[in-house]
Design a protein. Sequence first.
Length: 322
Amino acid sequence: MATPIKEWSKLEVRAVVRFLFSKGTKPSEIHKQIAETYDEGAMSRSRVYQWCTWFGEGRTSLGDEPKAGRPKTSTNEENTTRVDELTRCDRRMKLREIALKLEIPKSTVHEIVHDTLGYRKVSARWVPKMLTEDHKLQRVEISQRLLQRCQQDNGDEDTTHIGVGPGGNFQANNNLFDNLITGDKTWVHLNTPETKRDSMTWKHPSSPVTKKFKVQRSAAKVMATVFWDAKANLTQQWLQRYGWEILPHPAHSPDLAPSDFHLFGPLKRHLGIMAFETEDDLISELRNWFDNLDVDFFRVGINSLLSRWQKCIDLHGDYVEK
């Protein structure tokens, strides 16, 4: 499934509406495609119909029509440039601070930031660790080696035994992904609180503020282990006995481990709507959840390693997001 576009401007979305409308797409289908490609807030259903009506009447402009009343002088090109420069220098600067610095109304700053420049304020994404230059270099080098190994295996007819850490990811074929298994572990609690993101709801301007009481994780917990620890002595002996080769995995890199970036998130969200009385109940639910996962679910996570290795290289070792 394609990842929705998070950053967009009104003019961009209107251009998409015009393009689809000119191809004969119905307004309802246009709204559906926009909601899937961008998000629900990109353009409401009623606005899609309104713009389709205007385009049908011959409108060609994508910009807002000038409103009646005193002409605006603050939203000129000079102020727009100055606001853009300040925002780029300090992306945490508040609208009020920009207005005071430039001596223009806050409402004008709001219009320039949101409507003219198309900025949206978003929260920073948490990362596991502040990577050093050595960490980044290691991540790039290992990603390059694994990509090269994939290319070699795809062109090599000899069957080899291969494994990729951190918990031992193994394959026994000339194609690195034919029989790849990833292993890792995570704590699971008898009750796992909903994340802030999972509990978000749509709010109308007149709706009351939703309250959520803080819930602590239970002290009781069990370890969910997928496969086994590749560094254990018994595992090392087993690997040597059967001739497995362990490929490297960079330190502090959950974004390059399928269990972390693909498996544990859905697992925790599933458990977030449940509470268990005993560890046996939790273990039973874990087994049931894993048993009901489709093979394609795991295949998607494994196959996405290729694109993540490439993104890691393109980002010069920085963390890979979605």
